[in-house]
Design a protein around this ligand. Sequence first.
Ligand code: HEC
Ligand SMILES: [Cu+2]
Length: 303
Amino acid sequence: MFSDVADTVKNADFAFLIIFSLCIFFLVLNTAIMIFFCWRYSRKRNPVPTQIEGHLGLELFWTIVPTILVMGLFYIGMGFQKDSEVPEDAMVIKVTGRMWSWTYEYANGKIGSDLVLPIGRAVKLEMTAPKGDVLHSFYIPAFRIKRDVLPNQTTILWFVPKTTGEYNVFCAEYCGLSHSKMIGKLKVVSASEFKDWYGDDSPVKQEGPEVGQRIAVANGCMGCHSTDGSRMVGPTFKGLWGRKGQLLVDGKKVDYVADEAYILKSIKQPNAEVVDGYPNAMIANQLGDEDINHLITYFKSLQ
Ligand code: HEC
Ligand SMILES: [Cu+2]
């Protein structure tokens, strides 16, 4: 509680503490009064019930006091208005949440699946999900911030990280099979470390397999495919090029070799042919032939 890792923590913890304390206070008070009444007005001690006609003082008390409490909570809640007032110099990062990974794109085109931020600088996250994807929710528990991420809409979060370190990023909206693996890292680093990592504002240039890698990251392929040979939701990209395997077509097993035509089809019509032993879980994307050629160059580099 009340850690100082981001500017968002104090307000949220304060509101939580006030509401929680009020709950505890009234739980104890109400329970105590209830027990006392059971005892005091039991049949033995109070055989004939008394008719009570009202009590102005009491009525005023339990109208005015809760009103003050609730207005107090409302006032605290109003403090969160600042959540929508983003400073103009905030660093803008585009966040995409998809089944089942987060990707971050910076102003110079740098892209990654970890959110790297410099300490002490306001950041504005512009978040969305690809068309045809489902609802997600971007959640950094350590910073006490969470917001829904939706297809065809942009939602915003902003904050100032104040302590260097690594924090978890979760998806807080059940979004299907590998929802629980939709965990990302937020790394808050010093300004100079950030500069080394980020480079400058001129657009990043990439060539060779890196172009395809970037496309794979940007399109969330890494949420289901590994590059180190390990099995995730889908088969690994390692050694994919030229790999021999079997497809399940209409309940029959059919041999295949992963050549250009096969890869093109697997990406363009992911549900047409399903690799034996894997779920039909890959969803359609908007990749064109040129992107897929870059991907193939990338796959060739992963032997
Ligand atoms: C939701 C998880 C998921 C995502 C995201 C995903 N895939 Fe897949 N992919 C799978 C599964 C599961 C299979 C195996 C079943 C099948 O063939 O449909 C597969 C199969 C493949 C294959 C055939 C692999 C083989 O061994 O024959 C290729 C190529 C492929 N995916 C490329 C991609 C690319 C490129 C992207 C990013 C645009 C992507 N996938 C995103 C789940 C996913
Ligand atoms: Cu999700």
